[in-house]
Design a protein around this ligand. Structure first.
Ligand code: RB5
Length: 150
């Protein structure tokens, strides 16, 4: 469980649908005081998003990064792929309110963004909410602990 990710180590990756926003997020995150590890890709060529989702998810699961950010066209495929890694709670988010709730109630540790349907400024607002909101613990901790029971 993580209170919040203020000043944390962030692993970030994208596919071609999220490349531009990943590139924009990196310096912005550094400016906000985060340590950022870019896991690729390094250009806009077409790639398979599960490859990048798995790299970031494994880093977070191993504790080598505190949280992950993945950007694809919708955020949907990245979240499905990242959630296959044990210990990962990845959420596709398109509003700041959902980012806040994903932290407060679900202790999400990987944020999946849409590079095609949400603009850069809105995604930065989402990222800010996600990284600074505290997990609420209490009854939510009991529920989150059950995620791995399936
Ligand atoms: C790539 O065309 C697209 O499928 C991908 O970016 C993502 O939206 C998948 O969920």
């Amino acid at each position: 469980m993580t209170a919040n990710f203020k000043g944390a180590r962030i692993a970030i990756a994208s596919d071609h649908g999220g490349f531009e926003q990943k590139e924009s997020l990196k310096p912005w995150l550094v400016q906000q005081g985060y340590s950022v590890k870019d896991l690729g890709p390094d250009n806009e060529a077409s790639v398979d998003y599960p490859d990048y989702a798995h790299i970031v998810a494994k880093l977070v699961a191993r504790g080598e990064a505190d949280a992950g950010i993945l950007v694809c066209g919708t955020g949907l495929g990245m979240s499905i792929a990242a959630n296959k890694v044990k210990g990962i709670r990845a959420v596709p988010v398109t509003t700041p309110e959902f980012a806040q709730l994903a932290r407060e109630h679900n202790d999400a540790n990987v944020l999946c963004l849409s590079g095609r349907f949400v603009d850069d400024a809105s995604n930065k607002h989402i990222v800010q909410e996600f990284l600074t909101t505290d997990f609420a613990e209490g009854r939510h901790a009991r529920r989150v602990a059950k995620f791995e029971d399936a």
